[in-house]
Design a protein around this ligand. Structure first.
Ligand code: MTE
Ligand code: MO
Length: 374
């Protein structure tokens, strides 16, 4: 069964992902398969909004354009990018804007991600800012617009499946990269190879795959994914289930703080007499740093702080671990909550219901049993 899943077009070489959708292809990673410091390509989630583009054999010949509000429009090959700009490698989280959506009550529109629309890989490329400085930004430059080579859901190449953009300041951050390698390998086709953007900390939809063009604009970009309710959150809290179409909203930028328990797996059974529970996980906080991670076995009555491994660079995730004594055999629920540097922690229950289900960062729950079932 598992095997058949992985043979679907685009999921060759993937190991243990759960399929959320076939066309377009969407697959998330069960939390317990995110236990590596660096997420292996085989376990990295996949999210497409349209169909796959034509595969490209001559990667270095891939062309890409920067135009719009620039002094010197650029038409570059991947080889030019590699030869003309300093190379950067950072380990950074990529997370879908809808990660956690399935925990909203009532259900929100869109793919029912649990916590697995996320991974943390080593991305190699050049800073987009270095390329934009070569093009020379005009004073009128306000926003980017991103374009890929993939056709939309109907197979049409006329319309972008997704075309989002960021304010120029985000585009100029050193960590916003044009990427051709992932975990030291040529960027896999399914992850946007030969060339993609990585805009860390913000919704994954900004990290355009099969990147063909960056249009520098004098206003907010208005491609698919920028208008209507797409990637927007209501300014004032909505009653769960309310029609959010006509309320004031703002674009979701930095992703909220989140942690996952990557070991043990939900449903693990330990031998009777086990008196220590070793728990590991990962935490990240969009543009922010993770300030602390705490774990509870009693639904929040008492919390124990986890030890954190410092991130390698900005936008890397923070691995954490803690060993908790167990008073007896029995049934335990583990909840982990991370807090960001501004003091915002994860809630038990989502308070920010919105029709398209963005930004749900409720705590991950993992239940385990020690000894025979009670
Ligand atoms: N060209 C293109 N880029 C895209 C998308 C897409 O549909 N087409 N989907 C975006 C979304 S919504 C996400 S979450 C990430 C997922 O990247 P991955 O498939 O490499 O995990 O790619 C983004 N880049
Ligand atoms: Mo996404």
């Amino acid at each position: 069964m598992q095997h058949r899943r992985n043979e679907r077009e685009g999921l060759e070489g993937k190991d243990g992902l759960s399929l959320l959708g076939d066309v377009p292809l969407v697959a998330e990673t069960p939390e317990e398969l995110l236990d590596d410091e660096t997420t292996p390509i085989a376990r990295f989630f996949v999210r497409n909004n349209g169909l796959l583009p034509q595969p490209m054999t001559d990667a270095d010949g891939w062309t890409f354009t920067v135009d719009g509000e620039v002094e010197r429009p650029l038409h570059l090959t991947l080889a030019d990018l590699k030869n003309r700009f300093p190379h950067k490698t950072f380990r950074m989280v990529l997370e879908c804007g809808g990660n956690g959506r399935s925990f909203f009550e009532p259900k929100a529109e869109g793919n029912p991600w649990t916590n697995g629309g996320v991974g943390c890989a080593e991305w190699t490329g050049v800073s987009l800012g270095d390329v934009l400085r070569e093009a020379g930004l005009k004073d009128s430059a306000q926003f980017t617009g991103h374009f890929g080579a993939d056709p939309d859901k109907s197979g049409s190449f006329e319309h972008q499946a997704m075309s989002r953009g960021v304010p120029i300041a985000k585009a100029l951050e050193e960590h916003t990269l044009l990427v051709w390698a992932m975990n030291g390998e040529a960027l896999p086709f399914i992850h946007g190879g030969p060339l993609r953007l990585i805009v860390p900390g913000w919704p994954g939809s900004l990290s355009q795959k099969w990147l063909k063009r960056i249009w520098i604009r004098d206003r907010e970009h208005d491609g698919p994914g920028m208008t209507g309710l797409s990637y927007r959150l209501p300014v004032r809290p909505l009653a769960p289930g309310a029609d959010g179409r006509d309320v004031e909203n703002r674009i979701l930028e930095s992703m909220p703080v989140r942690s996952i328990v990557t070991a043990p797996a939900d449903g693990t059974r330990y031998p009777a007499g086990t008196r220590t529970l070793d728990i590991r996980g990962a935490a990240w906080a969009g543009d922010d740093a993770v300030a602390r991670v705490e774990v509870t076995l009693d639904a929040g009555a008492t919390w124990v702080e986890a030890a954190m491994i410092p991130p390698r660079n900005r936008y890397d995730w923070t691995r954490w671990q803690v060993s908790l004594p167990l008073p007896s055999d029995g049934f335990y629920e583990i909840f982990a909550r991370a807090m960001d540097s501004a003091g915002r922690a994860q809630p038990f229950r989502a308070a920010n219901w919105n029709p398209n289900g963005y930004g749900c960062n409720v705590m991950h729950r993992v239940a385990v049993t020690v000894g025979p079932e009670a």
